[in-house]
Design a binder for this molecule. Structure first.
Ligand code: HPA
Length: 269
């Protein structure tokens, strides 16, 4: 049995039925799991192959419950490349979700804004990404499924649904290109200027490996950034993890509203 077989064997009986969709909750956003009704909560530490939470602002727990009539798996916390140097830390959770029947994942994160129309507390839909960390979670895979096309990696159908949900709930939703950097140090102002020249609107230390893994396992992806700060040097900005957690926590209310509206109308598009 593989570690994924073990994780599936543990989770299947606990979850009591089909899971429609998964949401990965980024730094400071874990409280969104409170939306789940009749919830089952399982610490990552009990699930084979799930990451150990080492980052403050991440609980390290899988919560499965009902939101707007759908069974949703909420992942409170993720593995980051910067914790171990391994970009495939979310492989087992994502493959396990796929084995449990999940075909849609919504990834959330905290990000710095490079595009000046975006400000702390705003939400942004990710339309595409730039992998500047240079790592890839599929390195070492041997079969041809490693050659994953990344066109429309962020599902146009789900993005349209999120834009409609934003209109329905009155949330302001930007859209832009997310650049993945390894972290854990923040960028220099010169790097932020370079990322802008490369076409990035947002910068962050997560999400991209999960997008690659999800596409590898045939899962449709949407991703939303909570802007927690302006990129380093923009209007004098000096990013910090403390600010990331505080601003994300405060902005989580708007993200909750958006996710509820999204889940409510999921079949409309
Ligand atoms: N840079 C990288 N990652 C981040 C930032 C940032 O400015 N803000 C939140 N996560």
């Amino acid at each position: 049995m593989s570690v994924v077989d073990d994780a599936v064997a543990l989770l299947e009986p606990k979850l009591g039925g089909r899971v429609d969709l998964a949401i990965v909750l980024g730094t400071g956003l874990g409280g969104i799991a409170d939306l789940a009704e009749d919830a089952v909560s399982i610490p990552y530490a009990e699930i084979p192959g799930f990451p150990r939470a080492t980052v403050s602002g991440h609980a390290g727990r899988l919560v499965v419950g009902r939101i707007e009539g759908r069974r949703v798996a909420l992942l409170q916390g993720r593995a980051h490349y910067y914790e171990t140097g391994d970009p495939s830390g979310m492989r087992t959770p994502i493959e396990t979700l796929s084995r449990l029947g999940v075909t849609t994942v919504v990834l959330t994160n905290a990000a710095g804004a490079i595009d000046k129309v975006m400000h702390p507390g705003h939400l942004a839909l990710i339309s595409d990404h730039i992998n500047l960390a240079g790592a890839n979670p599929l390195v070492g895979d041997l079969d041809d499924r490693r050659f994953v096309p990344m066109n429309d990696a962020y599902s146009p159908r789900l993005r349209a649904r999120f834009k409609r949900a934003a209109l329905q709930c009155g949330a302001r939703l930007h859209e832009g290109v997310y650049c993945w950097v390894s972290g854990p140090s923040f960028e220099t102002p010169a790097e932020i200027r370079m990322l802008k020249a490369l076409g990035a609107d947002l910068v962050g230390m997560s999400t991209v490996p999960e997008v690659i893994l999800a596409r590898r396992f045939g899962i449709d992806v949407a991703a939303i950034s909570m802007i927690t700060n302006m990129g380093a040097g923009i209007d004098g900005s000096v990013p910090s993890h403390g600010e990331t957690k505080t601003v994300a926590g405060a902005g989580a209310i708007a993200l909750k509203r958006l996710l509820l509206a999204f889940l409510k109308g999921l079949d409309d598009v």
